[in-house]
Write a protein of this length. Structure first.
Length: 312
């Protein structure tokens, strides 16, 4: 079959975006498509694929994401911004309620983060600390404490966004240490019900720097739900105040974030880029996952340049 798609990114977290409202594929086929098209050695390469799906009585449109390993997480906030832009353009709107895998989100067009950088605001939550929601087999919420059974003596905070996150605050991110711990979590240990995203976070004045080993992806330029979780964890542990906008930096760029805390229903808002880089068409057999010819039909060089200027 022939798939039309847009190559896009949110804060350097890159995706293959498809309008799937009229495509009938089962989950196994989408998993194969995601693995093949996301392969960095293949025809496109990405952290995963994003699917714009039809709305229903409670949503303007739906959102599905498949990671590069073919798994389907509960959400992906960098991807959600890109998907929201596609939904806005498809329906001629600038704000929407979006159906996620197990929850929902509010999205809206936002003032540009920088000149020429298309920006979307997304609000998700409530953030949960209950161990059952996070999928961590401990008896009490994990908030800035050492976790028995985790191969690290650092203090972690465990949150559900609703996808699971382990957040630790460090003076300086040690990438080798992060990767080693991320790979341990990715191996499916008994401590974790369904793995977890692991983030090392630096507090930089009133802002944060976050680097993440993402479940189903690996070390990534950015993870939107991890940035939201880190903002909430910073408030929960008293490192930064709830209810204030801060900038969250990552290897791929930056977003603005505001964690409301208990007074605001434990919701988190992220405002960041939804950059469309190029549009393409690719042949793929969803039954076998074999990909054929790729054609680039449009390059969006102005958007690429605007994001490059914004990153400095």
């Amino acid at each position: 079959m022939e798939l039309n798609f847009t190559k896009c990114h949110g804060s350097g977290n890159d995706f293959i975006l498809l309008d799937a409202r009229a495509i009938d594929l089962d989950d196994a086929s989408w998993g194969r498509v995601a693995r093949v098209l996301s392969d960095r050695a293949g025809p496109v390469g990405a952290d995963g694929i994003l699917l714009l799906t039809a709305g229903d009585a409670g949503s303007d449109f739906g959102f599905r994401v498949f990671n590069s390993d073919g798994s389907e997480p509960e959400t992906c906030l960098n991807g959600l911004r890109c998907l929201a832009r596609a939904g806005f353009e498809a329906l001629g709107i600038e704000a929407a309620r979006v159906r996620l895998k197990t929850s929902g989100a509010q999205v809206a067009r936002e003032a540009d983060l920088a000149p020429g950088v298309y920006t979307v605001r997304e609000t998700v939550g409530p953030v949960a600390t209950d161990p059952a929601a996070v999928g961590i087999r401990v008896s009490a919420p994990v908030i800035d404490v050492v976790v028995p059974g985790l191969p690290s003596d650092r203090a972690f905070t465990a949150l559900a966004m609703p996808n699971p996150h382990l957040i630790t605050f460090v003076e300086r991110v040690d990438v080798d240490e992060l990767v080693a711990l991320g790979q341990w979590c990715e191996a499916g240990p008994e401590l974790l019900v369904d793995r977890a995203n692991v983030s090392f976070v630096e507090v930089r004045g009133a802002d944060l720097f976050v680097q993440t080993f993402e479940r189903g992806v690996g070390l990534t330029n950015a993870c939107g739900s991890a940035m939201a979780a880190s903002a909430h964890a910073a408030g929960l542990t008293g490192r930064l105040p709830f209810g204030a906008w801060l900038t969250v930096f990552n290897p791929g760029g930056r977003v603005r974030a505001r964690a409301e805390g208990p007074a605001g229903g434990d919701m988190v808002t992220i405002a960041g880029n939804a950059t469309f880089e190029w549009d393409g068409v690719v042949e793929i057999d969803p039954a076998t996952g074999v990909a054929g010819e790729l054609r680039v039909v449009r390059r969006r060089e102005d958007e690429v340049a605007a994001w490059a200027a914004a990153r400095g």
